[in-house]
Write a protein that binds this ligand. Structure first.
Ligand SMILES: [Ca+2]
Length: 116
């Protein structure tokens, strides 16, 4: 009888314990400052204009943004990236990426097709 009573008390405790599941399913928003893509001349120093990150529940998360890049130097022409990642307190992840084009022209000329 005592064992049954203990089991019932434990079962009642489990049923009345609030579930700590988060209802926040909205990831933060990241707004890039500056241009995307960013064009650099070969050898020009890259100065990251940064981002602003805001979450519907946590508010301003700009200070928690992690920045990753494969651009170590602009000495060589190529396509590089700067990736920004931020997670809200519920674990929702947002990732945005900026392209950094070194040695590319900023304008695109129209292509003329010649008939033979
Ligand atoms: Ca959120």
């Amino acid at each position: 009888m005592k064992k049954l009573l203990t089991t019932l008390i434990l079962l009642l405790a489990l049923l009345t314990t609030p579930v700590l599941a988060s209802s926040d399913i909205t990831p933060p928003e990241i707004t890039m400052l500056g241009e995307n893509p960013t064009f650099l001349d070969v050898g020009e120093l890259y100065n990251d204009p940064g981002v602003v990150a805001v979450d519907d529940i946590d508010g301003d998360l700009t200070g928690f943004v992690i920045t990753l890049t494969n651009l170590s130097s602009s000495r060589y022409p190529g396509k590089y990236f700067v990736r920004y990642e931020v997670v809200d307190s519920a674990g929702n992840l947002t990732v945005v990426q900026r392209s950094v084009l070194v040695g590319y022209t900023r304008t695109f000329l129209p292509i003329t097709v010649l008939n033979k």
